[in-house]
Every structure is written in structure tokens, then in C-alpha cells.
Design a protein around this ligand. Structure first.
Ligand SMILES: O=C(O)CCC(=O)C(=O)O
Ligand SMILES: [Fe+2]
Length: 315
């Protein structure tokens, strides 16, 4: 494992205005998405639909939020594990994060903003919501392409309707020592698709299917796309969830945002029958994401193959 690996993730262009289902451009990008996910479990997406002002404002908003006193940030609690405020965790001391559930819905963001600023903070809420809303466009293109690649596009509407959007904002302090420290330990995400955006401080690393760690160095216009366990299960194993971590060096803080597509509570994730056959026996029994998360974050479930232990089919 070499974190200095010069290998580079595939870069896929989503900036073309004519990128619509059924066009040649679409099919081209779809083929690249399929290849990239198969080989690297991840890719860099060039996407310019979010105006630069909003992309810059979002980092300003994050600084404003993380600069609040700890006692105010800690007010943000959530019933869902890891959606509320996380910070000062002994195992990942450089890391802080706050999740905004349904971050594409302005009323939801405004309500949560009042836990930090009781009088509200309209520019903060609007920045978070606009950024999220515009990024959902990229998420939906990518998910549609993935479903088309596996010839299960008839489920596109159900698939989109079954998820909500969590925007997690994150800050990693630089370790301020020579050498590298873990920012966030190696893991897979449990959601459907995650799209990451960061400031100029790198640190994300992704493990390829051959086990090498890649340092990810996105440009200002690129977003990093990874796959979560829920999509892996829904596709009956056709794609693997991306194994990734954050390693920090230097003294500058790293700010990153993750758009997580999370299956709605009560929705049963179940591989479509088209993806189950003799060569691909069913890997997971249908499961409810919210209930699975409860297990995953319990002492019993906290290991890499949480989903297998929770609802894996014994063959
Ligand atoms: O900060 C990043 O780029 C990655 C964050 C991450 O992996 C996560 O929150 O699950
Ligand atoms: Fe992650």
C-alpha cells in the first residue's frame, strides 16, 4: 500500500450542456462511469452547474459554522448515528462534522440553522441549500447512468424517490507535525452514492480493486464520486462500495462536503429480480437502511462487512 502512488483517478466530464439521456455524449459518459466504477470504485466528475460564487460561499459558511464555540455546535444532536455534531473524538481528533438532513429543502436547513443561530442565518441556510440542490443534479445523472448500465433503468423513478439527501460538512485540522496522521479511518459509506467536494487541502485516499491506495487530488471544478453499501446491495454486488480514508499532513485545515444519498426510513432495499440469477445469487435479504444503521453503529456491527452480518444470505 503506497499513499504516494502517482496513479490518477479517471476524470469524467459532466459539463456538456447536451448531456441528456439518449444522446451520444450521455452514452459515452455512461461507459466511462461504468469502467471507472468497476476498476477504481470511484471517479472525479467535472461539473460546472454550481456557480463558483456558491462553491466559494459554501467554504465561508463552513468556517463560520466550525468557528462557533463547541457548546453551540454540540447542540446539534440527531437520532441518526453520525448525523449530528461529531468532534473531539479520541480516535479521530483532527475531525469534526455536522450533518444536514434533507439539505435540499430550505425549510429543513433553516430549522437546523436555528440550533446554531437562534435568530436564523439566512445567507448560511441559503448557501447550504443551493449548493445541495444543484449537486443533486449530478447525483441523479450518475445514478441514472449506473442503472442504465445494468439494464435496470425501469427502476429509475423508484430509485430516485426512495432516497433523501444528507449534506455532511467536515473540517480536518492539519496535524501540524511532520508526517501524516489519520483524519478519518478507512471505511466504506453505507449510503447509495456519495459525492465529495473539498477546499485546496488534499487528504482523501481511495483503495482500488487491486488494493492500492490512491491519493485523490481533485481540481476546483471536480467532485469525487464514490459508491456506498446500499447501492452495492441493491445491484446485488455488481459494484463494490468504495473503501476510502482521509490522511492529513501539514498545518492547513481541510474542509470537505459530502452529499450522501440516504434511503428513506421504511423503504426496503431489495435487489431487482433482473439482477438475481444462478450466476449471481441473492447476496442480501431486503433491509431497511435506518434499521441497518442502528446495527452498524452498535458494538456488534462496527466492522467492514456490517451489511453481510446484518442481512447477508447464507449460500
Ligand atoms: O472528507 C472526505 O473527503 C471524506 C469524508 C468521508 O469519507 C465520510 O464522511 O464518509
Ligand atoms: Fe466516507
Amino acid at each position: 500500500m503506497d499513499s504516494q502512488s502517482p496513479l490518477k483517478l479517471p476524470v469524467i466530464d459532466f459539463t456538456k450542456p447536451e448531456l441528456k439521456p439518449g444522446t451520444h455524449e450521455w452514452d459515452l459518459a455512461k461507459g466511462q462511469v461504468q469502467q471507472a466504477l468497476q476498476h477504481y470504485g470511484c471517479f472525479e466528475a467535472l461539473f460546472d452547474k454550481i456557480r463558483l460564487e456558491i462553491r466559494e460561499a459554501v467554504f465561508g459558511a463552513m468556517e463560520e459554522l466550525f468557528d462557533l464555540p463547541l457548546q453551540i455546535k454540540s447542540r446539534n444532536v440527531s437520532e441518526i448515528p453520525y448525523h449530528g455534531y461529531i468532534g473531539q473524538h479520541p480516535k479521530i481528533p483532527l475531525f469534526e462534522s455536522i450533518g444536514f438532513d434533507d439539505a435540499d429543502v430550505i425549510e429543513k436547513v433553516e430549522a437546523q440553522t436555528r440550533t446554531f443561530w437562534p435568530q436564523g442565518n439566512p445567507s448560511f441556510s441559503k448557501t447550504i441549500q443551493s449548493f445541495t440542490k444543484q449537486l443533486t443534479e449530478l447525483d441523479q445523472m450518475i445514478r441514472r447512468m449506473i442503472l442504465e448500465s445494468f439494464q435496470v433503468e425501469k427502476y429509475v423513478d423508484e430509485h430516485m424517490d426512495s432516497t433523501g439527501y444528507l449534506l455532511k460538512v467536515m473540517k480536518y485540522e492539519g496535524p501540524k507535525t511532520s508526517g501524516t496522521q489519520v483524519g478519518l479511518g478507512a471505511h466504506t459509506d453505507q449510503d447509495v452514492v456519495t459525492i465529495l467536494y473539498q477546499n485546496e487541502v488534499n487528504g482523501l485516499e481511495v483503495q482500488s480493486s487491486s488494493g492500492e491506495w490512491f491519493g485523490v487530488k481533485p481540481s476546483k471544478d471536480s467532485f469525487i464520486v464514490t459508491i456506498g453499501e446500499s447501492l452495492h446491495a441493491w445491484l446485488n454486488g455488481r459494484l463494490k462500495a468504495t473503501y476510502h480514508r482521509v490522511m492529513m499532513s501539514g498545518d492547513k485545515p481541510r474542509y470537505s462536503l459530502g452529499l450522501f444519498t440516504v434511503p428513506k426510513a421504511g423503504y426496503m432495499i431489495k435487489a431487482p429480480e433482473e439482477l438475481v440469477d444462478e450466476a449471481h445469487p441473492l447476496l442480501y435479504n431486503p433491509f431497511d437502511y435506518a434499521q441497518f444503521l442502528g446495527f452498524y453503529f452498535s458494538n456488534e456491527g462496527r466492522y467492514q462487512s456490517g451489511l453481510k452480518a446484518y442481512c447477508g444470505v447464507q449460500h
